[in-house]
Design a protein around this ligand. Structure first.
Ligand code: PEP
Ligand code: MG
Length: 595
């Protein structure tokens, strides 16, 4: 077996996408959804990481040997020595010098993570043994398979597989999280999280912001570079993760944290001030809410209205769907908490990176383009009606609006409204009170809907532009794929033209147009959206103070000018530079904070 690397490892700085602001330092807890399944991910490792991988291999072999010996002892005492003898073959595999040397040699040659090398080497052994004539030797293939599984499980080692098992303050590191994983996070224990995959608009990132946990995603190979218990620093504001930070680095960050705190305290004083530009133009800021518990916190940040209430969280349980009464109670409670201000409830937007096991949607090749959201609801009117009835009932005597997500054409809106009409009639017949004049809007997040916004506008009460998806679909860039994140450009001329077109179509029919995608929370892009004529911004609650500060230092005429120039520009980089220039002039400290 190779000697362990005892050299102290140096600091590593990784750049990812900061999706939830703030800084945290702590010990790593590795998270793996299903470590028992031992799914082997193939990833490259650098020359410097090779000793680390060999050390992991050594430790996994020692742990595996110990576990097998323990099982052997137990079996011997319960069933007798002859039964325990079968584990001798397992111990032979784990101690096999040729197997170990082959793994180490291939690791050095191929520069891949040890899990993938082990499964390749073991795979060859298994194939070779299974082809042998001799029964005894052929059966040894099962031993190799069993031992390999155990070694790979031990490599996942200290990874936890459920958030609620985390009992000490830490930084959670994972390949990725599902929305339900992040919903189970205990904020007192999880000080930050960092993932290999994901992007700014993945559902996971949205949940992180709602939970106010600093987070960086899209770090490619973080899980391969850290080990449980190591110290990492997560800077969610700048999108940086530092493994084993030096004491100088920690000092710099402590100073930055102080400055950050001062700015945040100053921003807090804006809570009751209006989001109004220096020349008196009012831009309402609403909150995006993903969990009912978030509603309690929106006031703290100076938001009152809920511009997007995501309802997917209600459908995350594995084995049951919420009934009408249950949904109605949740919607009514949220509306009561926000009263007299409005809450916009979005009908179910399941699919893409938001999935529900209870809905039993079969896996699709292109889930983002598939049978999701309004498409799924229209295909299951009885299921859809449960939610529509719940919203209508909650709206009785309360200030509630509703919007449909993922609309691609007017036909879908008309069809959804027919089902809504049926719900109204049924409730009337049943003499159950409901919102007779419920305002119904549409999310504009598919290019076809944006282009035909003039056809849709006469049939709805408002538009809400979902830029997270609009950018994804217009630019053909998967919003959760970190490899194409560089193409995800909100300032692309196509996006600006579409937003401008939707605003014009909405205003021509005298209906308001808001933006509820993450673009609206970006301080540098806020002036652009205002200049494009957007009437309201709906953003995650913690972003409200900063965006309000940006608005209060802007002049509306500068925003109009910026948008006019941007619509003429051919380069997204140039537009972004112009946006930054304006922010540097109006709110230099905010630009400094986010750069
Ligand atoms: C959007 O697409 O911009 C949006 C707000 O919806 P979601 O992020 O939930 O898809
Ligand atoms: Mg969307």
């Amino acid at each position: 077996m190779s000697p362990k690397n005892t050299e102290p490892l140096s600091e590593i700085i990784l750049k990812g996408v900061g999706v939830s602001p703030g800084v945290a330092v702590g010990e790593v807890v590795l998270f793996a959804h299903d470590k028992g399944a031992s799914t082997v991910v193939d990833r490259s490792v650098s020359e410097e990481q090779i000793p680390l991988e060999i050390a992991r291999f050594d430790e996994a072999l020692i742990a595996t040997h110990r576990q097998i010996s323990e099982i052997q002892r137990k079996v011997a005492s319960m069933l007798g020595e002859e039964h325990a003898g079968i584990f001798d073959a397992h111990l032979l595999v784990v101690d096999d010098r040729y197997f170990i040397e082959e793994v180490v040699r291939e690791l050095r040659e191929k520069k891949k993570n040890v899990e993938s090398i082990i499964s390749q080497v073991a795979g060859r052994y298994i194939e070779m043994l299974s082809k042998l004539e001799d029964d005894y030797l052929r059966e040894r293939a099962a031993d190799v398979r069993d031992v390999t599984r155990r070694i790979i499980e031990n490599l996942a080692g200290e990874a936890v597989d459920r958030m609620d098992k985390i009992a000490q303050p830490c930084i959670v590191v994972a390949t990725d999280f599902s929305p339900s994983d992040t919903a189970g996070i205990d904020r007192a224990m999880v000080h930050a999280f960092a993932t290999d995959q994901g992007s700014a608009t993945s559902h996971t990132a949205i949940m992180a912001r709602a939970l106010e946990v600093p987070a960086v995603v899209g770090l490619h190979d973080l899980t391969g570079q850290v080990r449980p218990g190591e110290t990492v620093l997560v800077d969610g504001t700048r999108g940086v993760v530092i493994i084993r930070p030096t004491s100088e680095r920690l000092l710099i960050y402590a100073q930055r944290a102080e400055e950050h705190k001062t700015i945040l305290c100053e921003l807090e004083t804006l809570k009751d001030k209006p989001p109004e530009t220096t020349d008196g133009y009012y831009v309402p800021i609403a909150a995006n809410v993903g969990l009912p518990s978030d509603v309690e916190r929106i006031g703290k940040y100076g938001a009152k209205v809920v511009g997007l209430f995501r309802t997917e969280f209600l459908f995350l349980e594995e084995d049951r769907l919420p009934d009408e009464e249950e949904q109605m109670q949740v919607y009514a409670q949220v509306a009561d908490q926000c009263a007299p201000d409005n809450v916009v409830i979005r009908t179910l937007d399941m699919g893409g990176d938001k999935f529900s096991s209870a809905l039993r949607i079969a896996p699709e090749l292109n889930p983002f383009l598939g049978w999701r959201a309004i498409r799924f609801c229209l295909a299951h009117p009885d299921f859809f009606k449960i939610q529509l009835r719940a919203i209508l009932r909650a709206g009785a005597g309360r200030n509630i609006s509703m919007m449909y997500p993922m609309v691609s054409c007017l036909g879908e809106v008309l069809e959804a409204n027919i089902i809504l009409g049926e719900c109204r009639r049924e409730l009337q017949e049943e003499a159950i009170p409901f919102a007779e004049n419920l305002r119904v809007g549409v999310m504009i997040e598919i290019p076809s809907a944006a282009i035909t916004a003039d056809l849709i506008a006469p049939h709805v009460d408002f538009f809400s532009i979902g830029t997270n998806d609009l950018i994804q679909y217009t630019l053909a860039v998967d919003r959760v794929n970190e490899n194409v994140a560089y193409l995800y450009t909100p300032t692309h001329a196509a996006i600006l033209k579409l937003i401008s077109q939707v605003v014009r179509a909405g205003h021509a029919q005298h209906i308001p147009v808001s933006v509820c995608g993450e673009m609206a929370a970006s301080p540098e892009l806020v002036p652009l959206l205002i200049g494009l004529g957007v009437d309201e911004l709906s953003i995650s609650p913690p972003s409200v103070p900063m965006v309000k500060d940006v608005i209060r230092n802007l002049s509306y005429s500068d925003c109009r000018m910026l948008a006019k120039e941007a619509l003429r520009s051919t380069s997204s980089a140039e537009i972004l530079a112009q946006c930054r220039e304006l922010l540097a002039k109006s709110s230099p400290e905010i630009l400094e904070l986010i750069s």
